[in-house]
Design a protein around this ligand. Structure first.
Ligand code: PLZ
Length: 464
């Protein structure tokens, strides 16, 4: 190892811009990339990263940016977290792969034991491990169908569940996820989402009204007795960080319980302390029958899981679930390190503290900026919905312009939403408080700058 500082938590926790964003080295790498990488794989911010840790990303030009993205809610424990790195180093020197279906190893079992311990409910559970969130969701559907002997799957408006054929069908948004990629898997039925900000009779009525509407629609259009599972993100991710109206999730879970339907929670984005609880279902006291996890589970290494009631998980025939790499030993070692980090550093509490710092600042922003229509989220999964002043009309152009201004100032923020008009904030849970405040200052300034521009200029910047 050279004398160069490595990444991880020891990196200086500072914003430092030494070139324009992107700098010349990133620009050169982008040119190389264009000749080798399919343009279909898009990038939010074309700076190439050299190291990362705590709350910063350091690029190849030496710029240190504040990270409000965590690689889409993955590095909740921080990039290159000590326990993750130690576990991976140790495991990679022992063995890198056997395939659990050929000859098993302890790490896989240990991760499944942790999932039993940490996920909601104290019933008997089993887990199976996979590589990606989409794969976990897809397996949750397979398991639900096998267990119930039924085929219909209920998904929701604004849902995002992945990019494989089955999960594309489950995902609500056409562009960019589904466009020209059909035909899609059958027996998927989409229902209205309890979206408080856009609920016609107001946010306070949203949960119960939406639940009643959905349950009637399922019964009349699909037939309750045909439904294998109701699949839902307890807080929607890519679809716009929609926190369902209070009571919606419990009502759906109750309906499932009464009718032999599997209630499957997609906690791929919300899981592992992100929302200020180990799992977002806990905020409403809901215990899912199956829970799909990924992202935050393994500190950046690819790992995913389905965890659920033993009788459901074990109903599948022997050999029915698996895959070459599912539960790879290096990923399992990373997961055990990440879980230990969440517990030792009380990152559930850290996510709650992040909410208590960020939410008031975002609400102040909403007071000042007519374009901020809604502020929502839980823990370190927060967002603002951007609309045309005095209306609820989505303003994706302004959203992009604000994101772009943040990037230029050294703050990595992401956008999302069916209408592309949501700025979302997913800082690593280990981010120091001063970076959190500085990031929020940058966001404030970005809104000021963009709001002061004539509308035509916003378009130019957003497309630049
Ligand atoms: N379910 C709730 O958030 C992944 C997608 C990024 P994979 N979200 C990021 C993109 O544009 O591809 C996600 C999610 C929820 C499932 C998934 C899918 O997880 O690990 O990307 O397959």
């Amino acid at each position: 190892m050279g004398a160069e500082p490595t990444g991880g938590p020891a990196l200086p926790q500072e914003r430092r811009l030494v070139t324009a964003i992107p700098g010349s080295r990133s620009t050169a790498l982008s040119a190389r990339r264009a000749t080798a990488v399919s343009r279909a794989v898009s990038t939010m911010l074309p700076i190439f990263i050299e190291r990362a840790g705590g709350g910063v990303l350091v690029d190849v030009d030496g710029n240190s940016l504040i990270d409000f993205g965590s690689g889409i809610a993955v590095v909740s424990v921080g990039n290159a977290a000590d326990e993750v790195v130690a576990g991976v180093r140790d495991q990679v020197g022992q063995f890198t792969h056997t395939c659990f279906m050929v000859t098993p190893y302890e790490g896989y079992v240990a991760v499944c034991e942790e999932l039993t311990r940490l996920t909601p409910g104290d019933h008997e559970k089993r887990s199976a491990l996979f590589n990606s969130g989409a794969e976990a969701v897809e397996n949750a559907v397979k398991i639900s169908r096998s267990f119930t002997g039924r085929q219909a799957v209920i998904a929701f408006d604004h849902a995002y569940h992945g990019r494989t054929n089955l999960t594309m069908a489950l995902t609500a948004k056409n562009m960019p996820y589904k466009h020209r990629f059909g035909p899609f898997a059958p027996e998927i039925y989409r229902m209205p989402m309890a979206y408080p900000y856009r609920w016609p009779t107001g946010p306070e009525n949203c949960g119960p009204e939406a639940a009643a509407e959905v349950i009637t629609a399922i019964d009349k259009q699909v037939g309750t007795e045909n439904v294998a599972c109701v699949l839902i993100e307890p807080i929607q991710g890519e679809g716009g960080f929609v926190v369902p109206g209070e009571g919606f999730l419990p009502a759906l879970a109750e309906y499932c319980r009464e009718n032999g339907i599997v209630f499957a929670a997609d906690e791929v984005q919300t899981g592992f302390a992100r929302t200020g609880a180990w799992f977002a279902c806990e905020h409403e006291g809901v215990t899912p029958d199956l829970i799909a996890t990924a992202k935050g589970i393994a500190g950046g290494l690819p790992l995913a899981a389905v965890t659920g009631r033993a009788e459901i998980m074990d109903s599948v025939h022997v050999g029915g679930l698996g895959g070459t790499y599912g539960g790879n030993p290096v990923s399992c070692a990373a997961a055990l390190g990440a879980i230990r980090t969440i517990e030792d550093q009380d990152l559930v509490g850290a996510a709650q503290r992040i909410e208590s710092i960020m939410l008031p600042r975002l609400r102040e922003l909403q007071q000042r900026q007519a374009a901020v229509g809604d502020v929502r989220g839980r823990g370190a999964m927060l967002a603002v919905e951007v609309v045309t002043r005095g209306s609820k009309t989505p303003d994706p152009v302004m959203t992009q312009a604000v994101a772009h201004a943040c990037h230029q100032a050294g703050l990595v923020v992401l956008t999302c939403g069916t209408f592309g008009n949501v700025l979302r904030f997913l800082p690593p849970l280990v981010i120091p408080e001063h970076l959190l405040s500085e990031g929020l200052d940058i966001l404030d300034e970005a809104f000021d700058t963009v709001a002061a521009r004539p509308a035509g200029d916003q378009v130019a910047t957003a497309n630049a």
